[in-house]
Design a protein around this ligand. Structure first.
Ligand SMILES: [Zn+2]
Length: 351
């Protein structure tokens, strides 16, 4: 058993230009952190090389026009897919490998070979929808992995928990009208970006009540995050009884991230993983896969990712860092938002 880390140096070949925050150095920082932590020497953690996703895998989520457009821009040498998403000649192949990495992770866990897995992949995915790229995301890796679990293993209830500081609009879009995937996201106020993820977005049709958005004010910090986790996310997750938990693991809520605005501490990340790990053991035999999304501070990535992976493997690594400043007004605002989320979601869940 143990924990699998899915990674290939191929993920460094998606080049986004020197000044772009979503750069290869994010992943080398994480890998260096893992090597420094000597986690692999414990024998509880193994590195696994992914295979590329198939066209069938991609087309289970994305329209052919979107896939073809990405392919043709990359084969012409690269450029901008949208305002924020830069690609190079290699990016199409790397993006397929990223989706394949998410699939590899769920396959290794559902088969029982590993207890859980972390897919250390890029480009990230949760802003990509059926026919669009957005926010550094090309293909929606976590959605492709969820669909794979449905298609190949017949799963009927999958929880996607999105802890990236931004709302995963692509993932929400893809599963908005189904109850077979419960999408829950704690994120920063989405008015500036991506413009979705408000409290009243709860799903549609058969999917009503299976989208849960908790949009916290900028600067909310750890106490508000925990309140959202404990009073909304955990009770709903337990009632849903997922057969598998997928985590869209973004580290950009960190207070020195440079992009994100949630003002979280470094220390909260392994704690979040501890709670999710325990939840997975309670509801789905421990079946848990984390998929890397955002996170742009390489100091944090180097320490937090290893600490989270250690927590998944039942170990602990301490992170030494100064605590973020406390913003009482934001905390108060967050409490009101969380109460409002509970009022809206109490129509579907007992919270
Ligand atoms: Zn993000």
């Amino acid at each position: 058993m143990g924990t699998a880390i899915i990674y290939t140096p191929r993920y460094l070949d998606h080049r986004t230009g020197g000044r772009h925050p979503e750069r290869p150095r994010r992943l080398t920082a994480i890998i260096n952190g893992i090597l420094e932590s000597r986690l692999i020497e414990t024998g509880c953690i193994r590195l696994i090389e992914p295979r590329p996703a198939s066209m069938e895998d991609l087309e289970s989520i994305h329209k052919a026009e979107h896939i073809n457009r990405v392919r043709s821009i990359c084969s012409a040498g690269g450029g901008l897919l949208d305002e924020e998403t830069e690609v190079s000649a290699e990016s199409f192949d790397v993006a397929i490998m990223a989706a394949g990495g998410a699939i590899e992770a769920v396959e290794r866990v559902i088969s029982g070979e590993f207890s859980n897995a972390f897919a250390l992949i890029r480009p990230p995915g949760h802003h990509a929808g059926p026919d669009y790229s957005e926010g550094f995301c090309i293909f929606n890796n976590v959605a492709i992995a969820a669909r794979y679990l449905q298609r190949k293993h017949g799963l009927e209830r999958i929880l996607i928990l999105d802890i990236d500081t931004h709302h995963g609009n692509g993932t929400q879009d893809i599963f908005y009208d189904t109850s077979s995937v419960l999408y829950m996201s704690i994120h920063e106020d989405p008015r500036e970006f991506p413009g979705t993820g408000f409290i009243w977005e709860v799903g549609a049709g058969e999917g009503r009540g299976y989208t849960v958005n908790i949009p916290l004010p900028y600067g909310s910090g750890d106490p508000a995050y925990w309140r959202a986790m404990k009073t909304v996310v955990l009770p709903i997750a337990e009632q849903y009884r997922p057969q598998f938990i997928l985590v869209s693991a973004g580290f950009d809520g960190y207070y020195r991230d440079g992009i994100g605005n949630l003002a979280l501490s470094a220390q909260i990340y392994p704690k979040i993983f501890g709670v999710i790990h325990d939840l997975a053991h309670k509801v789905c035999g421990g079946r848990l896969v984390a998929v890397l999304e955002g996170g742009y501070n390489t100091w944090l990535l180097r320490r937090a990712a290893a600490a989270c992976i250690a927590r998944m493997a039942g170990m602990a690594i301490k992170i030494m860092d100064r605590r973020p400043p406390i913003n009482l007004a934001a905390q108060k605002g967050a409490e009101k938002i969380i109460e409002a989320v509970k009022r809206v979601q109490s129509r579907y869940w007992s919270i």
